[in-house]
Write a protein that binds this ligand. Sequence first.
Ligand code: SF4
Ligand code: SF4
Length: 218
Amino acid sequence: MIVCERKPLSTILESLRSYRKVVIAGCSECVTVCHAGGEKEVALLRDLILLARNDLTVTTEVLTRQCDVEFLEALDGHVEKAECVVSMACGVGVQFLAERYPATWVIPAVDTRFAGGSRQPGTWEERCGLCGDCVLHLTGGICPVARCSKSLLNGPCGGSQGGRCEVGEELSCAWHEIHDRLEKLGRLDLLEVVLPPKDWSRARDGGPRKLLREDVAV
Ligand code: SF4
Ligand code: SF4
C-alpha cells in the first residue's frame, strides 16, 4: 500500500490561514489502513482545526477512493460550499481532486512516504521502489532497489558489518539478507547472475508513467 503520514497540525493550520470554509476529504483505502487519512483521522483533524480556529466552518467526507475519478462525485456538494479542500489522501488523491475542482484550492494534509507494508501495529516498512521492472525472482524475494540503501543490483557494497548496513546501524543490509535467503533456498547460484543495467525509463526516471491495459480499457 501507499504509506502516508499526517503533516504537523501547525503546517495544516498555516495552509488554512486565509480560508473560512473548509471541507476535509478522507479516503477509505491506503490512508485508512495506515491510520493517516481515514474516517477516524478525518474526524480528529476536524476537531483539532476547530479547536485552533473557531471561526472556521468545516465539513467532512470520506471517499471510497480518491485515486479513482468515479468516486469523487460524492465531494461535489461539499466543494460547492467550501473555499478549499483539505485532502487526507496520498498525493495521487490530492491531484485527482485538484483536477476535478480547478477553481478550488486543494491542500495536502498528509505526506506520501513510500510503498510498503506493516508487520506490526504502528510500524510500516518500505518494500518496493516502484521501479517498473521487478527482479524479486532473482533476489530471493527481497528488493535491492528499496531495501539496499544504495539500490545496488549486483551484490553488496562491501560496507556491511554483522548484517547491518553501513549507512545506518538500525538498517539491515539487504544484500546480506538476500544472500541468507538464497542460501536457505539452495539458490546461491543466482548470485552469479549479473543483472544488466536496469531500464530506469520504466521507473520514475523516464518521466510520468502511464499504464494502458487494453483488456480492461473501455
Ligand atoms: S524490484 Fe522493482 S518492482 Fe520489484 S519490489 Fe523492487 S522496486 Fe518494486
Ligand atoms: S551495506 Fe548492504 S544495504 Fe547497505 S548500502 Fe551496502 S549493500 Fe546496500
